[in-house]
Design a protein around this ligand. Sequence first.
Ligand code: COS
Length: 381
Amino acid sequence: MLLEKKHYEFSEKIRAFTLEKIAPYAVEIDEKQVFIKQHLKPLAEMGLLGMVVPEEYGGKPVDTICYSIAVEELSRVCGSTGITVAAHNSLGLFPIWKFGSEEQRKKYLPRGARDGELIAFGLTEPEAGSDAGATKTTAVLKGDHWEMNGTKCFITSASYAFAAIATAKTSDEPGVKGISSFILEKGWPGYDIGKKEDKMGLRGSDTAFMHFTDLKIPKENQLGKLGEGFKQFMITLDGGRISIAAMALGLAQGALDCALNYAVKREQFGKPIAEFQGVQWMLADMATEIQAARYLVYGAAAKKDAGIPFSQDSAMAKLYAGEVGTRTASRAIQILGGVGYYRGNYPAERIWRDVKLCEIGEGTSEIQRLVIARELIKSVQ
Ligand code: COS
């Protein structure tokens, strides 16, 4: 059985938390485009900023199904909070825990996992998006330090993160073999953050460029082995994609919540529109697709925890949940009709803007199809 009693109990606990602490501010942070900074303390107190890290490093570890449930429930009420938590856990904490030295773990993880501070992930560059291996950023060894030059873009929480991990070419070896990764600290000379990006959705999350100019990185801040940066980041993204799938799932559920509550109250032709078969079929399709996405997400999560290869599963979960998310949000607006098209009154419109990111971030839907197809072909070779 995929789900145990503990998962339902965890889900109820997180739902109560999100309704009290996160939901009341979702409209305002979207409208005013304010970063969700006020949520960091309560999120840290709930352990939600340290879900993938052992207690000895300040974490409050949960299994990957619970982690997915947490991102799902947060996103159900506020996508901006969902993505901030997902990116911090999966892309910030996880690689330092997985690939970092004991010193690095002790130095960086507790601040991120326990103290309400964020860690960012720098892979994408202006010329290295889907082709993540086309990194132009370089790091050159100069005595006791590395000197990094380059630019990373679309970086979640870049402006607020106290540290970031980033990839750079450290040798001229062709392909991705010459890419390594490093832990960087905010405030180091030559580590600059660009302006906050003005986004269509997820407007309470922070997204910005990171610029590195002759940035001196102490040798001990190299993450893992030299030349393994690309692989580390791919392994990290395999896990991250489960969390973005969970985010899409939560947003889709939020859209269904909205449409369902509206449909049972809104009367036309003398009865609630939920009594019309056209609306019922839409609601039924939304609920069924959400449930199918949910089991793809939890299935990928269970495989990850069991130590079974799950690249294909996380790509499938993200692909399907992302597409279900946009479809569900669009149907929810359709059920609401004119009021669904207005801003601020009902969450469906915000969800529609937020959820589109789930078909783009941490690998587009096209990249997920590529990953799935490669695994399929590999399985018969
Ligand atoms: N786990 C472990 N290793 C992996 C891996 C994974 N999931 N994916 C690739 N690798 C390894 C490969 O095994 C290969 O190593 P070897 O040369 O030792 O065999 C190496 O990495 C290069 O892999 P590959 O040849 O598949 O690289 P490509 O350049 O073809 O790129 C894709 C692969 C397209 C899958 C990758 O660039 C990608 O995921 N792009 C999307 C990036 C993304 O998601 N960006 C979002 C940024 S975060 S917001």
